[in-house]
Design a protein. Structure first.
Length: 435
């Protein structure tokens, strides 16, 4: 009897363990199923988001292409301006949609640049059309923009059609490193440039750095310069090539992370950054300090402020040499000031271009230069400058002017009055010209 009871207990325990194991198995099955379902749900949502962005991009680019096609045959400036406004809006919508698409980095940058070009072109076109001037000079540009839009629309249409095929997954392709590739191709479109931190602040210096002395410095001398001029205690982390050979230095300054790039030829500080927050700054003080630091860092002693920008307690002052009444924009130096201290330098333009020049005396006068801009523009200031233009430099009169709430900087050739460059300022956050 006793053995029978033990046997019954054993059987009961075994059944209990089997039931428990079965329960755990069922729970694990449901848990795994829930996890798989959750992952599939996320994947489906991401897939839908990508497809939505793709279709939105196609729709907006198609509308923009249609607008550009109509602009090609617009019979008068008024009609053209209305069409250009629509193209501007659709370029903006397309830009937002493209930003949500899984495009590879290079193609994404290329495509966004094109859409921005369309927007800026439309603003320029509308400004000219509304001023009553002829827009026939824009015909070739419209042709180029339209041709590019047609190409992009075709690529988007193909990608959209492919995304709808059975079994095709954008998400899985991305996981495999296969991004959607849509580019605009190389284009050269000229129209008034939008400036962000002063005229010629991003000029192309990809030519021989003629501003560097021939004598070369050692790594030890570069570290000594970083310590003496910037207060950076650090080490050489690399030697870069490209336009000029430079020592790359990383370290600390007053307990803050810091970086400097010093040219091997001449030992010129091409750039520097000290990671410290701003604590407020006053404009005149910042400009005075910027000139002081520029001199102490070894740049020429004739630097003058041409542009001022303040944000989050940090000021960026753009300096350029002023020699014999002429401002040399190619030799630009940017000085970042915060809390009365030097927080950054960018002087690649100076390193690349600073040298002795000799230009013929300007044939035009400031008064005659004023007459070269639209009568709608109210002139605020005129001064003689040298500006970069492609691989050359041009002696120009810089004419700062405004129309209603829009600020412009027009550069006319100092010898014949021809317009060489036009800049416009979008908003106050871009900074202000210093006269």
């Amino acid at each position: 009897m006793k053995e029978k009871n033990v046997k019954n207990i054993f059987i009961a325990l075994l059944i209990g363990l089997l039931i428990s194991a079965l329960g755990v198995g069922i729970w694990l099955a449901f848990w795994v199923k829930d996890e798989i379902s959750a992952k599939e749900q996320v994947t489906r949502e991401l897939e839908n988001d990508y497809k939505s962005a793709l279709m939105d991009s196609l729709e907006a680019v198609s509308e923009m292409e249609n607008d550009l096609a109509k602009l090609l045959v617009a019979t008068d400036e008024k009609t053209g301006a209305l069409i250009a406004v629509d193209a501007y809006k659709n370029a903006g919508i397309a830009s937002e949609a493209v930003s949500r698409m899984p495009i590879d980095g290079y193609a994404h940058t290329d495509l966004m640049k094109y859409l921005n070009q369309v927007g800026e072109f439309c603003v320029s076109y509308v400004r000219v059309a509304n001023s009553g001037n002829s827009v026939t000079a824009y015909d070739k540009q419209i042709e180029a923009l339209y041709s590019c839009a047609t190409n992009i629309r075709a690529q988007l249409a193909e990608a959209t059609e492919k995304s709808g095929e059975k079994g095709y997954s954008i998400v899985k392709n991305i996981e495999a490193g296969d991004y959607i590739s849509i580019g605009s191709g190389e284009m050269q479109i000229e129209f008034p440039t939008v400036i962000y931190d002063g005229p010629f602040s991003d000029s192309d210096n990809k030519r021989e750095w003629k501003g560097l002395p021939e004598v070369e410095i050692s790594e030890k001398e570069a570290l000594a310069l970083a310590r003496e001029k910037l207060g950076i205690e650090g080490s050489i982390v690399g030697v870069s090539g490209g336009d000029a050979v430079m020592y790359e230095i990383e370290g600390v300054s007053d307990g803050n992370e810091a970086y400097a790039s010093i040219t091997k030829r001449g030992g010129i500080i091409a750039s520097a950054f000290i990671n410290s927050a701003g604590t407020g700054v006053e404009k005149n003080e910042a400009i005075t300090l910027a000139k002081k630091y520029a001199y102490e860092l070894g740049y020429c002693d004739c630097m003058t402020a041409v542009w001022y920008l303040e944000s989050d307690g940090i000021a960026v002052v753009n300096l350029a040499p002023l020699t014999d009444g002429v401002i040399y924009y190619p030799d630009l130096v940017k000085i970042k000031i915060g809390g009365g201290k030097l927080l950054g330098v960018e002087a690649c333009g100076y390193c690349a271009n600073h040298c002795q020049r000799k230009f013929p005396v300007a044939r035009m006068t400031p008064d005659s230069a004023r007459k070269c801009v639209s009568k709608k523009l109210a002139v605020d200031n005129v001064r003689l400058t040298v500006i970069p233009k492609g691989a050359t430099e041009v002696l120009c009169y810089e004419i700062a002017c405004h129309y209603k709430s829009l600020d412009y900087f027009v550069y006319v050739d100092a010898h014949n009055g021809a317009t060489v460059e036009i800049f416009r300022v979008i908003d106050d956050e871009q900074g202000k010209m210093v006269f």
